[in-house]
Design a protein around this ligand. Structure first.
Ligand code: NDP
Ligand code: MG
Length: 381
């Protein structure tokens, strides 16, 4: 079998490092061609030494020389602007986009235009540019496979099904660390508390997004674009154990669910092996051990970000760009302890109320809206 030639964008992050663990299990199936990091040059250096890619990119220039000194035959490049070039290179079959935030969009689009298989962890790509990406997919031989566990679950439930026969998508959410907090308790949430997710170990941004449930909002937008399903047909439900990763109900009343331990390696390998399955050594569910799977409705008052995200789709494509940029800024400011926890949804809401866009969207205008929103969200007290 020919090896899949991989570009791993964001290899030093949570998804990136877990994807390399999978690749270690399958040296006969994958060839790591490109690796990229932003600030963690030491980890990138270790990865270069182990996987000997053709090229590695460090987005920030600070440690370029340190990296070059230990890179052996790997060519080192710098600058985030160069990411889309790597994502569309002839040397690559599959792009795993594990970048975080708006910064991932250009690479997703470039990879799709170049006809690559794209394993997409960077959900923000679809949040900001869902329409542009789905249009590009229609004109290309590219494949877009989600890495996000919920969307991987949806895709797995939809194998062999007709998308017209979907009645509803039930997207599960753990509810995060503050599911049982009162609104009063939410006022005093600290950075340390927000960075502690009950079930998953992830990068800082998505961990905070999970705690505010903005992550579920972003994922509803992601599902809308991936499966061409109207938002009214996507129903979030709290499932604190994170065992059922999502469900599909069909028009005959039958529902399918995909289950497993909360372990991102499973959806990552599914995206890489799709439409096949590759073996994975990772802990399995113990079905003999008694446990409960429970469900409860989302409290939209306590977690306003879910509704803000759902409403942004109805308002038009630009509103999801505003939502995303305002959220990125608010999360960053919260992590720097510049603002309080409950200001995160407030900043998003104020940005949505203040920034409008009437013209059609293209990659350049997305950047304009993103920039304008960041300036506004940064200025809010
Ligand atoms: P991390 O923060 O752990 O990793 C992000 C990666 O992107 C790192 O390699 C980082 O480099 C790099 N990076 C950050 N900013 C930039 C930038 N401006 N330009 C170029 N590279 C940059 O994030 P996660 O792995 O947790 O998440 C990645 C994506 O996957 C997100 O979109 C997230 O929502 C999604 N996702 C993550 C899950 C998880 O379990 N972690 C689950 C489902 C989805 P460095 O570290 O060197 O600074
Ligand atoms: Mg998810």
């Amino acid at each position: 079998m020919k090896k899949q030639r991989l570009a791993i964008l964001g290899s030093t992050g949570s998804i990136g490092t877990q994807s390399l663990e999978i690749i270690r299990q399958h040296p006969d199936k994958f060839d790591v061609v490109y690796l990229t990091g932003n600030s963690n040059w030491k980890l990138l250096a270790e990865q270069i030494q182990e996987f000997t890619p053709q090229k590695a990119l460090i987005a920030t220039e600070d440690h370029l020389d340190d990296l070059k000194a230990v890179a052996g035959n790997t060519e080192i490049v710098t600058g985030a602007d160069y990411l889309p070039e790597l994502a569309s290179s002839d040397d690559v079959d599959t792009v795993l986009n594990a970048l975080v935030g708006f910064a991932g969009f250009d690479s997703t689009l470039a990879a799709i235009k170049a006809g690559k298989k794209v394993a997409l962890a960077n959900k923000e790509s679809l949040v900001v540019g869902g329409e542009i990406i789905t249009e590009a997919l229609k004109k290309s031989s590219a494949e877009l496979i989600p890495v996000d566990s919920e969307h991987s679950a949806m895709l797995q439930c939809l194998v062999g099904e007709n998308y017209d026969e979907i009645e509803k998508i039930i997207i599960t959410a753990s509810g995060g660390p503050f599911r049982e907090f009162t609104k009063q308790q939410m006022q005093n949430v600290t950075v340390q508390q927000a960075l502690k997710h009950p079930n998953w170990s992830m990068g800082a941004k998505i961990t905070v997004d999970s705690s505010t449930m903005m992550n579920k909002g972003l994922e509803i937008i992601e599902a809308h674009w991936l499966f061409d399903i109207p938002v009214e047909k996507i129903e979030p439900v709290i499932h604190p154990q994170s065992i059922i990763h999502s469900m599909i109900t069909f028009i005959d009343g039958s529902s399918k669910a995909q289950l497993g331990l909360p372990d991102m390696k499973v959806p990552i390998i599914y995206a890489l092996s799709h439409p096949e399955r590759f073996p994975l050594e990772t802990p399995r569910m113990n079905w003999q051990k008694a446990q409960k799977l429970t469900f409860e409705p989302v409290d939209y008052e306590k977690f306003p970000c879910v509704k803000l995200a759902m409403e942004s789709i109805e308002a038009g494509g630009y509103a999801s760009v505003v939502l995303n940029a305002a959220n990125e800024v608010a999360v960053e400011r919260f992590l720097k302890e510049e603002i309080g926890y409950i200001q995160i949804p407030e900043i998003v809401e104020k940005s949505l109320a203040n920034i409008q866009w009437n013209d059609s969207l293209d990659p350049e205008t997305l950047k304009e809206i993103d920039k304008e929103t960041r300036t506004f969200a940064q200025s809010l007290k």
